[in-house]
Write a protein that binds this ligand. Structure first.
Ligand code: HEM
Length: 143
C-alpha cells in the first residue's frame, strides 16, 4: 500500500511542476503582448494552467502527507531524520512560490504587473532549483 501512495505522490509532483515551470514562462511572453486580444488570450491560458497547478499541488501534498503518516505509523523515528525536516522546509518555500504565482497572475490579468523581464526570467528558475534540492534530499538522504 505504501508504495502505491508513493507512486501517486510522484505522479502529482510531476503534474504540479508542469505548472510551476510553465506559468512563469507564460508571464514572460504575456509581458511582450501588444494587443488586447493577445492579453486576453494569455489571461485565459494562465487561469487554466493555474487550475491544473492547483490540482497537482494539492494532490502531491495530500499523498505526501499520507505517505508521511503511513511511515510514522510504521516507525516514529522516520520523522527524526534530517532530510525529512529539510524537505518539508523546501516544500514550504515551494508552496509560497505557488502563492506568488497566483498573485502575479492576478496582477497580469489586471494589467498592473510592474516586474521587469529580467526579474521574471530569474523568478522562472526558482522551481528548478527547488526540484533538484528536494529530489536529492529524498533519494540520497545526505543527512
Ligand atoms: C508536504 C509535502 C510532501 C510530503 C509530506 C512528502 C513526503 C514524502 C514521503 C513520506 C515520501 C516517502 C519516502 C519513502 O518511501 O521512503 C516521499 C517520497 C518522495 N517525494 Fe515527497 N513529500 C512532499 C512533497 C514532495 C515534493 C514537492 C517533491 C518534489 C519536488 C517530492 C518528491 C518525492 C520523491 C521523488 C519521492 C520518492 C523518493 C524515493 O522513493 O526514494 N515530495 N515524499
Amino acid at each position: 500500500m505504501i508504495l502505491w501512495i508513493k507512486a501517486f505522490h510522484i505522479v502529482f509532483v510531476v503534474a504540479w511542476f508542469a505548472g510551476l515551470f510553465y506559468l512563469p514562462r507564460l508571464f514572460i511572453y504575456h509581458q511582450m503582448a501588444t494587443t488586447p486580444a493577445e492579453h486576453d488570450r494569455f489571461v485565459v491560458m494562465e487561469r487554466r494552467l493555474l487550475g491544473i497547478t492547483h490540482i497537482g499541488g494539492v494532490l502531491a501534498v495530500a499523498f505526501g502527507l499520507w505517505s508521511l503518516f503511513a511511515w510514522i505509523n510504521l516507525s516514529p523515528e522516520f520523522l527524526r531524520q534530517g532530510w525529512v525536516h529539510a524537505k518539508l522546509g523546501l516544500v514550504a518555500v515551494l508552496i509560497a512560490y505557488h502563492v506568488s504565482l497566483i498573485m502575479l497572475a492576478r496582477q497580469f490579468a489586471e494589467k498592473r504587473c510592474q516586474r521587469s523581464s529580467r526579474w521574471l526570467r530569474i523568478y522562472n528558475e526558482v522551481p528548478a532549483l527547488l526540484l533538484i534540492a528536494i529530489v536529492v534530499l529524498v533519494v540520497v538522504r545526505p543527512f
